[in-house]
Design a protein around this ligand. Structure first.
Ligand code: MLT
Length: 305
């Protein structure tokens, strides 16, 4: 059983459909993969709990929603860690990094990442005013995922954000409980956010990355051949996501603009970077987090400039 809380047109659907295709084809139909898309198994937090107790076998989700269960995933969502997509591709293609992270995540959360998804940068949307500098955030009620790192980042930017499950966000925006949220263009497009949000600002603080996450209890009991097949299918699913997401993000930006959203850019990006980077030490306290962060930074540092 596999699930995603995201829509049938999302990169999550592309990823899980590829996983299903490979497993069913290579097992010659002996293993059937059932997909529960569009949140029919609950939100991403519920999906992690279902993986932990073995009710669900695989789910795809935003890494921010995994961090309450597996703090080591913070190594991928440190604000302003990835300054371009190539850096994320390099870190998440490096097996010494991904194996170290997967083992740590399994220890912390009883779930095991088998692959990684990479989307676009999370941009702020709101329906009150254009945001071009940090002070413009004042007075905005902004939703973030319930991840400590996003809460800390927005506190560093000077406001108290509202943690909320993604599945509740559209209604909360529509009813005016909150004024805005932050997500990549693709997510905004998948939920037609232009119906309820006017302004978007590219703040580039966090690249959307997600996990193709397995129940460790289920995965560890598979026989060697099935385990190898599941791993191979997850790698193919990862590849399908990376190919799809890069082009989709640009398309979704254009569609958001065509549907009336106004895109703004920061005039004080250095200030956002400085404030956000000041929260890093709060999240790099354990030797494991230090090792993961050092490794990610070394990979990024080794890339041609
Ligand atoms: C979130 O904000 O909770 C996520 O980015 C939603 C998603 O998985 O696209």
């Amino acid at each position: 059983m596999t699930a995603s809380a995201n829509s049938l047109t999302s990169a999550h659907a592309v990823t899980l459909n590829k996983f299903k295709e490979i497993v069913e084809k290579e097992s010659e139909g002996a293993i059937q993969v059932k997909l529960f898309l569009g949140g029919s198994m609950g939100d991403e937090t519920a999906n992690v709990k279902q993986l932990r107790n073995g009710e669900l076998h695989i789910a795809t989700l935003f890494n921010g929603n995994l961090t309450p269960f597996a703090p080591s995933v913070n190594a991928l969502v440190l604000p302003y860690l990835f300054s371009n997509l190539n850096e994320a591709y390099a870190v998440l293609s490096d097996e010494s990094f991904t194996n170290m992270l997967a083992d740590q995540v399994a220890k912390e959360s009883k779930t095991r990442p088998l692959g990684w998804m990479i989307g676009g940068y999370r941009s702020i949307t709101n329906n009150k005013k254009p945001i071009m500098k940090m002070e413009d955030l004042q007075g905005l009620k902004l939703r973030v995922s319930p991840s400590a790192i996003q809460l800390a980042a927005f506190r560093a930017f000077g406001i108290e954000p509202h943690p909320m499950a993604w599945s509740e966000t559209y209604n909360a925006l529509q009813q005016g409980v909150i004024d805005g949220q932050e997500n990549m263009y693709a997510t905004n497009r998948d939920h037609k956010f232009w119906e309820i949000q006017k302004y978007m600002t590219e703040i580039h603080y966090m690249l959307w990355t997600g996990a193709i996450l397995a129940s460790d209890r289920w995965f560890s009991k598979l026989d060697a051949d099935t385990k190898a097949l599941v791993l191979r299918a997850a790698k193919e699913a990862q590849k399908a996501d990376w190919q799809f997401a890069a082009a989709y993000e640009e398309e979704c930006k254009k569609e958001s603009i065509a549907n009336g959203m106004k895109v703004d850019y920061l005039t004080d990006e250095d200030k956002w970077k400085e404030k956000a980077r000041a929260i890093w030490p709060e999240f790099i306290k354990t030797p494991e987090m230090k090792a993961l962060t050092d490794k990610a930074l070394a990979i990024i540092g080794s890339l041609p400039k």
